[in-house]
Ligand binder design. Structure first.
Ligand code: FES
Ligand code: FES
Length: 185
């Protein structure tokens, strides 16, 4: 077993893990972060995407032991302490950018990273930035629109469409929000 320390959604966890345990399984099975989902387990779908050190990674491509000392943010950490959704979450909700929702946690985390890197992407850049995240339901049109809507809100070009208190989407409710607080500053 390896002793690892992770900060996940603002909370520190110290655990003994099997060296073969993937980060996604550690998050879900040991830390209860089931908002991060497994679509393939073979690095193809992106459903397991989280932020590690502020950059999006597919958490099935990383061993938990390799993440020792890292700060991880999952979709469960995006919403504000008051329950207000992160602009990307809100835009996915408002633009109907999901159907079954299985890809959504990873898609949202990849979009958060994309907009941190490029606050004003073209549609093609959105598609390119999310190319590692597969959706079998939506046809991607509404996802691209949602990311563009969120980008506009985050650039403060348009007001957030809803105030705090919007009911979070299933599977995206969070308790802490470093990213949302960053947006609010
Ligand atoms: Fe990680 Fe599919 S579960 S890429
Ligand atoms: Fe079903 Fe994307 S909404 S896979």
């Amino acid at each position: 077993m390896s002793r690892i320390s992770l900060k996940v959604d603002g909370v520190r966890y110290d655990d003994d893990v099997d060296p073969r345990t993937l980060l996604v399984h550690h998050l879900r099975e040991h830390l209860g972060k089931v908002g991060t989902v497994v679509g393939c387990d073979t690095t193809n779908c992106g459903a397991c995407t989280v932020l590690m050190g502020g950059k999006s990674v597919k958490s099935c491509t990383v061993l938990a032991a390799q993440a020792d000392g890292q700060e991880i943010e999952t979709v469960e950490g995006l919403a504000g302490k008051d329950g207000s959704l992160h602009p990307v979450q809100q835009a996915f909700h408002d633009s109907h950018a999901l159907q079954c929702g299985y890809c959504t946690p990873g898609m949202i985390m990849a979009a958060v990273d994309l907009l941190a890197e490029n606050p004003e992407p073209t549609d093609d850049e959105v598609r390119e930035g999310l190319e590692g995240n597969l959706c079998r339901c939506t046809g991607y049109q509404n996802i691209v629109r949602a990311v563009q809507d969120a980008a506009a809100v985050m650039r403060a070009e348009v007001p957030a469409p809803r105030d705090a208190g919007t009911e979070p989407m299933e599977g995206t409710r969070g308790t802490t929000s470093p990213a949302a607080e960053e947006v609010a500053r």
